[in-house]
Write a protein that binds this ligand. Structure first.
Ligand code: NDP
Ligand code: 2IT
Length: 443
């Protein structure tokens, strides 16, 4: 058995109940094989064994009291995966499905994504099985305060800088920042995605969705195409989905769908983005309400968003939301490009269908790196105690996404896998981390 296969076999045996982590590691390790096999010093230094083992995994109790006076207990996580190229950086996810395997898959992906941004940030991820849905503001605040009362001792502006992810946005980051400051007395950039009045960066809110569209636009431009005049299907109706829809629309595309965990909206005239912003971010309502105001649109319970005919698909909800059958439906309907806004939204089988079907496929690590890249720009602004203008940050974000597109394209071609951007992105992200780890000795 070769080195890569041996490490993967051991990883699966050692971490039996973590299918998402197996999936993420399998994808990365299989695609970087040509780099690993070309240099035996990696195996000698047990580089892969170290890469797949988090530097530190923290699990903790999060007790809080709900509005009825009942004591609730959730589980908190922070996985500090790799600090070879910078302080741990990555979001916090609050969703009932969160467990150690989910956080490890996300933390593992984050290592390579953060490397691709070209900025000095290592990989980490955290969160809780807390479900913010249906909770009052006060309940969310008490939960966030309790969560930070343990997390604060493990993080810091130069050690580990969390941010948002599913279920964690400006409101939650604000409550957590307040509690961190209260406990430590430090006014420092320990979290990103903060409010604009206390160290947040302009464009961070829009960054993941905008960055996704900047990267896909570049990928299309390289083939003589663009978003202009294209029909776009988007899943999700959260931070990433909404701002991806906004930027795609600005570039002349027509976005015809959004979805949430209950169902999806199909609006053939183009979705009403401002309505959905208010619905999801202000009223915290469900997408099912959309047709109350938009009688020409359709709302469908359950899955099915990938059966809508489109030119470009942008999965922006969650992991494994797009399977082999969905990929086949997209290809059969003439889809030319897919950009992953969510983390690992396509199954390994779905990716295979896209690559074999000649679909331009921008993998998550490259395509959604704009969020964390702008987080790193927020860290820079906090360090120099300055705030840059919207246009300044937006231009930097765009430059970073165009550069990532260039890197994934070049690395794929270099290893004889032209247009396989999954391999290209993984190799580009891996090389920088591997070089840093080799230089830093056995740590
Ligand atoms: P939000 O919480 O803002 O929105 C998540 C959206 O996805 C909601 O519409 C939600 O629906 C839907 N969703 C979540 N879980 C499921 C599920 N199990 N099945 C179906 N739909 C689901 O999160 P974000 O927009 O921030 O994150 C979306 C994706 O993008 C995630 O994969 C995240 O890891 C990734 N990402 C986020 C970044 C960021 O900066 N925020 C950066 C890079 C990647 P419902 O309300 O019904 O739960
Ligand atoms: O998956 C991701 O890259 C994020 N949720 C954003 C992380 C960050 O630190 O901004």
């Amino acid at each position: 058995m070769g080195y890569v296969d041996r490490v993967l076999t051991e990883l699966i045996a050692k971490n039996p109940a973590q299918p998402e982590f197996h999936q993420a590691a399998t994808e990365v390790l299989n695609t970087i094989k040509p780099v690993i096999e070309a240099d035996s010093s990696y195996e000698k230094a047990a580089l892969l064994e170290r890469l797949v083992e988090p530097e530190r995994q923290i699990m903790f109790r999060v007790p809080w009291i709900d509005d009825n006076g009942n004591v609730q207990v959730n589980r908190g996580f922070r996985v500090q995966f790799n600090s070879a190229i910078g302080p741990y950086k990555g979001g916090l996810r609050f969703h009932p499905s969160v467990n150690l395997g989910i956080i490890k898959f996300l933390g593992f992906e984050q290592i390579f994504k953060n490397s691709l941004t070209g900025l000095p940030i290592g990989g980490g991820k955290g969160g809780s099985d807390f479900d913010p849905k249906g909770k009052s503001d006060n309940e969310v605040m008490r939960f966030c305060q309790s969560f930070m009362t343990e997390l604060y001792r493990h993080i810091g502006a130069d050690t580990d800088v969390p941010a948002g992810d599913i279920g964690v946005g400006g409101r939650e980051v604000g409550y957590m920042y307040g509690q961190y400051k209260r406990i430590t007395g430090l006014y420092e950039g320990v979290l990103t995605g903060k409010g604009l009045t206390f160290g947040g960066s302009l464009v961070r809110t829009e960054a993941t969705g905008y960055g996704l569209v900047y990267l896909v636009e570049q990928m299309l431009n390289d083939k003589g195409m663009s978003f202009k005049g294209k029909t776009v299907v988007i899943s999700g109706a959260g931070n990433v989905a909404v701002y991806a829809a906004e930027k795609a629309t600005q570039l002349g595309a027509k976005v015809v769908s959004f979805s949430d965990s209950n169902g999806y909206v199909y609006d053939k005239d183009g979705v009403d983005i401002e309505y959905v912003k208010d619905l999801k971010f202000v009223r915290r309502g469900r997408l099912a309400e959309y047709t109350q105001k938009h009688s020409n649109a359709e709302y469908h319970e359950g899955k099915g968003v990938w059966n809508i005919k489109c030119d470009i698909a942008l999965p922006c909800a969650t992991q494994n939301e797009l399977n082999e059958a969905d990929a086949k439906a997209l290809v059969a309907n003439g889809c030319i490009a897919v950009g992953e806004g969510a983390n690992m939204p396509s199954t390994l089988e779905a990716i295979d269908v896209f690559l074999k079907g000649g679909v331009l496929f921008a993998p998550a690590k490259a395509a959604n790196a704009g969020g964390v890249a702008t987080s790193a720009l927020e860290m820079s602004q906090n360090s120099e105690r300055l705030s840059w203008t919207f246009d300044e940050v937006d231009a930097k974000l765009k430059g970073i996404m165009i550069n990532i597109c260039k890197e994934m394209t070049e690395q794929a071609a270099l290893y004889g896998m032209k247009d396989n951007f999954v391999a290209g992105a993984n190799i580009a992200g891996f090389k920088k981390v591997a070089e840093a780890m080799m230089a830093q000795g056995i740590v």
